[in-house]
Design a protein around this ligand. Structure first.
Ligand SMILES: *Cc1c(COP(=O)(O)O)cnc(C)c1O
Length: 462
């Protein structure tokens, strides 16, 4: 399978190139040149275990670069670390179905993609003589899942920046208590935006990037999206066994549009999904563009669901490209407008084609807490991100919506206590974590100081 850019200007890439490079050279995102159709295999696929299903879904995207045995090994390695053999179990309530995506090492859905990506990187590096040095900034979930995905792996070092004192204590400890030699945590004296700006600045210094073999693991990475397609199939099959005649609708708490885009791909691959409900919190840029056609960058509001507190939603570009007939020039035009005026506009017709796939709902802080409480009273505790998706599903006319539960409630104690008066029970991996030994460097918000840390660390490895 070849990979093409959403801006249509670059040459095609292989899967491995797409995974290592992340972004296309023309600034666009990489996507497969065609989406494989599995619709005539659904009856076979529906009886497979999660890892076997993952293998079948990954195959068409990567089989010309990896043997089936290798893909199978990577998949088994990635999903055996989950604490349930189903990997992503589904729980049916009287109203909605809750798809639990938080049984990985850091208790959030990003583990599903980043466990696989870590193993994939390691496999790629066996053939490539160069090391890979991952640089990223995190406001919480991505950083810890990425660190757990690559800890202890040969040839890989990870440098993860977070805003000092501005992420939850548990999230911080999930990163800094990983003491493997290839993990470097850096607390930046500033905000998340400062940390992210430093990373962007370092990546635009192409000489530095090439010299130190820097790579990224952000949510635009194609392998991450691909790994997330699997649980849509897996959940839909379980759902059909319980409700054979019910249309399949998913509700997805959305930030960067990576998770829900995987749902869209599942549909394109032949899974009969009736609708995808896109749930946003008060950071509602996607809600606005889908309902009004205007994509306009505003200020970030702090909410109870911080992993969805975003300004721009990168993966949305992939969806637009596909929905608008793979017109790279059109996407380039929209993105130029975005960088010049902080907004772009969709035509009435374009809005209609987006709405055919997505129903967008905005859920505020108050509704989030009320939803946590309502389900708590029925014996079900959910985290605030999940609650945004569940509230969105309830506000729609669809019945038995499959709601993606993207984090374990114990990760977001503040909102859970506020809603219910009680903290969630801590799973084993968080037991005593606040007291464990940790390691973290502190650095001013200065890209040269961060570069110096990278240079020194890499010198010490050689
Ligand atoms: C990252 C994240 C999201 C948002 O997912 P996107 O792929 O960015 O849309 C939702 N919930 C949690 C807990 C997350 O960590």
């Amino acid at each position: 399978m070849k990979y093409i850019s959403t801006r249509g200007q670059s040459e095609t890439r292989t899967f491995v190139q797409a995974v290592i490079e992340g972004l296309s050279r023309d600034g666009g995102l990489l996507i497969p040149e065609r989406i494989p159709d599995l619709s005539d295999q659904l009856t076979t696929l529906k009886n497979l275990s999660y890892p076997k299903l993952a293998l079948e879904i990954f195959k068409p995207y990567i089989e010309d670069e990896f043997s089936i045995e290798t893909i199978e090994r990577l998949v088994n390695q990635s999903y055996s670390v989950f604490t349930t053999p189903e990997v992503t179990p589904i729980r049916f309530t009287d109203s909605v179905a809750i798809l639990e995506l938080f049984h990985g090492p850091t208790l959030a859905f990003k583990d599903i993609a980043l466990q696989f990506l870590g193993n994939l990187f390691e496999e790629i590096l066996k053939k490539d003589k160069n090391p890979l040095n991952i640089l990223g900034a995190t406001s919480g979930d991505t950083g810890s899942a990425a660190i757990h995905g690559v800890r202890g792996k040969d040839g890989i070092t990870i440098f993860m920046l977070h805003p000092k004192g501005k992420i939850s204590p548990i999230q911080e400890k999930q990163m800094t208590t990983v003491l493997d030699d290839n993990v470097v945590n850096i607390a930046i004296e500033g905000t998340f935006d400062d940390a992210q700006r430093i990373v962007k600045d370092i990546f635009t210094d192409l000489d530095f990037k090439d010299q130190y073999h820097l790579g990224a693991v952000n949510s635009i990475n194609w392998a991450r999206v691909m790994a997330q397609i699997v649980y849509y199939f897996y959940a839909a099959f379980q759902f059909q066994k319980k409700y054979p005649n019910q249309p399949i609708v998913f509700s997805v708490p959305t930030g960067n549009f990576g998770d829900i885009y995987a749902g869209y791909l599942a549909k394109k691959m032949g899974l009969p999904i009736e609708k995808l409900i896109l749930a946003t919190n008060e950071n509602d840029i996607l809600f606005r563009v889908i309902n009004s056609g205007i994509y306009k960058i505003g200020n970030v509001a702090e909410t109870y669901s911080p992993s969805m507190d975003i300004q721009v939603s990168s993966n949305f570009e992939r969806f637009l490209f596909d929905t608008f007939g793979k017109d790279g020039d059109l996407i380039q035009e929209k993105m130029d407008s975005l960088s010049q005026t902080s907004e772009f506009q969709l035509s009435q017709e374009q809005v209609q084609s987006v709405q055919k796939e997505l129903l967008a709902v905005r859920i505020d802080n108050d509704q989030t807490l009320k939803t946590i409480k309502k389900y708590y009273d029925q014996g079900i505790l959910m985290d605030p991100h999940t609650a945004v998706g569940v509230a969105a599903a309830e506000s729609s006319s669809y019945k038995h919506v499959i709601c993606l539960s993207t984090a374990h409630p114990a990760k977001f104690s503040e909102a859970v206590i506020k809603a219910t008066g009680e903290d969630a029970e801590k799973p084993a991996s968080l037991e005593g974590i606040l007291e464990q030994e940790s390691r973290c460097l502190t650095c001013s918000q200065d890209k040269d100081a961060v570069k110096k840390i990278i240079i020194e660390k890499l010198k010490s490895i050689k």
